[in-house]
Design a protein around this ligand. Structure first.
Ligand SMILES: *Cc1c(COP(=O)(O)O)cnc(C)c1O
Length: 453
């Protein structure tokens, strides 16, 4: 075990050889990366002994705490028995058991599990499968387009990036990307003054219907993040939109892809976000929380209807010839099974209801802050939007990086609060305590004063 470093020396060595994700490396001049030595529960600790509450679940993956010993033990046990095996032509007990559980837990009608090793790849699989389904089904190769939502995010590989809509990540690569048809976002922050969330959802669904009338014949699928557009600044919307979406997809013969990579596994208050609209998508993509934040693993679930359209003699080329070296890795599956067990033994979905209410009450006083335009929350995700004058119409220019000031204040005060532009959010592991929530909200409150000054 490498335990001899300190922050400064590790950061210096790091900056000689690493290139960090989603980072302008020049930003590290004067702000070196922080070297984390260990984690326990919501806390991570650096090599100089400084501790931070991981308010963002290490990019939304951790749900039952760092160093969770049940998950760690399950991985260790599995590693000694079978670390990995090719999944084409072979199988193993952890993946069979996990697949049975996922089919049981996800909305009724999702009956098949296809494994990958990261969220973007799970999205790529759903896009390719949908396209290939229409081809297999009726030789229909007119269907080659996808509809996405404004402000959506689905990952960084070229296909997944193409069906996202966050310009900051996407615009640079425009010439490389397939072109989706973008429907207006149901983001409730954009509703008109006095309009209810449901009425706004209906209005945006009407706009989508107009697009479908024109483009359904060439559209394979609509891809959405159910209830929360997380990377798109934690914007949230009514389940009503999902109900309308399901009906529209049925009527116009277009697949519905639910990207629950960020919102799945209890984030929105139910085990899966689609439950709140009582719908079953044609494809559901899962990753992030799937292994409790321990290992990279992803899965795309789909229906018998889709599966059967690929089932034929080999020479028809109807098979889905897609694979990844680490597809369905047994260690990842063991971690996922241990994570699902944590949901049961901790009664986590139920407990999160009380915890999310506590977070809501704690944040409520900030509603009146002159620089807070909005506080929104869905289950275990709460976000607040900083503006110059408290109105929804004006924003601090992103170049001013106000959220970053809150982040920096947090680092000095035991809090990892990585912002999204002008949005500060809490998306903590479910094992956070009330007093730890209190601390985070105190730090945010002070941080806002510094950021808006
Ligand atoms: C994180 C994320 C992805 C991409 O997953 P990776 O594992 O980072 O490739 C896709 N969709 C959503 C909604 C996400 O939040």
């Amino acid at each position: 075990m490498l335990n001899t470093g300190n922050n400064a020396s590790l950061a210096e060595r790091d900056l000689n050889v690493l290139w960090h994700p989603c980072t302008q490396m020049k930003d590290h001049e004067g702000a070196p990366p922080i070297a984390i030595k260990s984690g326990k529960g919501v806390w991570i600790e650096d090599y100089d002994g400084k501790r931070y509450i991981d308010a963002v679940s290490s990019w939304w993956v951790n749900i039952f705490g760092h160093g969770n010993s049940n998950i760690a033990d399950a991985i260790g046990k599995q590693a000694h028995q079978l670390e990995h095996v090719i999944l084409a032509g072979f199988t193993h007990e952890p993946i069979v058991e996990l697949s049975e559980k996922l089919v049981n837990l996800t909305p009724k009608g999702l009956s098949r599990c296809f494994y990958t090793d990261n969220g973007s790849s799970a999205v790529e699989v759903s896009l390719k499968m949908s396209f290939h389904y229409w081809l297999n089904k009726n030789g229909n190769n007119k269907k080659h387009c996808f509809i996405n939502l404004g402000n959506s995010y689905h990952g960084e590989t070229l296909g997944a990036l193409a069906v996202g809509d966050v310009g900051l990540y996407k615009d640079t690569y425009g010439p490389l990307l397939l072109q989706p048809i973008t429907a207006p976002s149901p983001d409730n922050y954009l509703r008109a003054e006095g309009e209810t969330a449901e009425a706004f959802a209906d209005r945006q669904a009407d706009a989508l219907e107009q697009i479908l009338e024109k483009h359904a014949h060439e559209t394979c699928a609509i891809i959405v993040e159910p209830l929360i557009q997380c990377a798109g600044y934690m914007r949230m919307y009514s389940p009503q939109y999902l109900r309308r979406l399901r009906a529209l997809c049925d009527r116009y013969q277009v697949h519905l892809i639910a990207d629950e990579i960020a919102v799945g596994f209890g984030r929105t208050g139910t085990l899966f976000a689609c439950e709140q609209a009582d719908i079953t998508p044609d494809f559901m993509c899962l990753s992030k929380g799937l292994t409790g934040g321990f290992l990279p693993l992803a899965v795309t679930l789909t229906s018998d209807e889709v599966y059967n359209a690929f089932y034929d003699d080999y020479d028809t080329l109807k098979a889905f010839l897609h694979s990844h070296s680490y597809s369905g890795n047994p260690l990842g599956c063991a971690a996922a099974l241990a994570t699902l067990k944590e949901f049961e033994t901790r009664n986590a979905v139920q407990n999160n209801l009380a915890l999310s209410t506590y977070i809501a009450n704690k944040l409520a006083p900030l509603k009146d802050h002159p620089n807070v335009a909005d506080i929104r929350q869905t289950g275990m995700v709460a976000a607040l939007e900083l503006t110059p004058d408290g109105s929804r119409q004006t924003e601090f220019p992103w170049q001013e990086r106000r959220g970053l000031k809150v982040f920096k204040h947090g680092l000095k005060n035991q809090a990892l609060l990585r912002p999204l532009g002008n949005v500060i959010y809490l998306m903590p592991p479910y094992v956070i305590t009330e007093s730890e929530v209190d601390h985070l909200v105190d730090v945010i409150t002070q941080g806002i004063e510094i950021a808006v000054a």
